[in-house]
Design a protein around this ligand. Structure first.
Ligand code: SF4
Ligand code: SF4
Length: 97
């Protein structure tokens, strides 16, 4: 693992997708503000993490997934895995705990 001034490299991928629960609805793809997620249109049709390093840990994908298939690997103590909630000191909503 590399380390730099911002702390240890963040976990990669930042989002875990339970393919048993994923229906391929695309809600997470629409929700992601930085285009991290895509549907695997050439394969399973389910969600994939296409651009993991762009994730800003906003948790919007997890919030919008209707089946609970997504889990964002947020870590408030790692500067590279903090969400906007951690940065702004906002209490996390219940669904994100
Ligand atoms: S929102 Fe959930 S069920 Fe829909 S594609 Fe994304 S992970 Fe799959
Ligand atoms: S946590 Fe936010 S930035 Fe990361 S994949 Fe989900 S919606 Fe995109």
């Amino acid at each position: 693992m590399n380390a730099n001034a911002k702390g240890p490299a963040r976990t990669d991928p930042p989002v875990t997708i339970d393919l048993e629960k994923c229906t391929g609805c695309g809600a997470c793809v629409t929700a992601c503000p930085v285009d991290v997620l895509r549907l695997d249109t050439a394969g399973s049709g389910k969600a994939i993490v296409a651009y993991p390093r762009d994730c800003c840990f906003c948790i919007l994908c997890q919030d919008d997934c209707p089946t609970g298939a997504l889990a964002v690997d947020r870590n408030a103590t790692n500067p590279r895995q903090r969400s906007i909630y951690d940065i702004l000191g906002i209490e996390l909503p219940d669904w994100a705990r």
